[in-house]
Write a protein that binds this ligand. Sequence first.
Ligand code: SF4
Length: 128
Amino acid sequence: MKYIFGPVPSRRLGRSLGIDPIPSKTCNYQCIYCQLGKTNNFTNTRENFFPKDDIIAEMDKAIKLNKERFDYLTFVGSGEPTLYKDLKDLILQAKKISKKPSKFKKSYNLGIYLHWSRTSSCLSDAFP
Ligand code: SF4
C-alpha cells in the first residue's frame, strides 16, 4: 500500500494503523533531530499532495483488512500531515469507516504553531 502502514506497536497508543498523506520530507520545519532526515520540501502551503480518493480507497481497504488488529488510526509519516489540505475530510472519512478514534501528530515546534493554529480551526469540525 502506498499511503497506509502498520499496524505498528506504539507505546502511547497500543497498535497504530498509520496513514501517510504527505510526500517524503515535506514539512514546514527543519528539526535537527528529525528521524526522517533533512527536510527537502520546506513549505508552509497546504495542498492535496496525493489524490484524496486514492488515500480514502486505501484507508477503506486497510481498515477492513485489519479490523480488530489496531487500536488507533494515526495520521503521521513522511512529513507534517497537517499540510494536507483536505486532512479534515480524511479524518471524517476514517472515523466513518472505522468507528475508532483517530489521532494526528501534533506539532511541537513554535515554528509550526501559527500554522498549527490555522490548521486546528480548519479541523474543528472533525473533532466535535
Ligand atoms: S516537525 Fe516533525 S517531520 Fe518536520 S522536521 Fe520536525 S521532526 Fe521532522
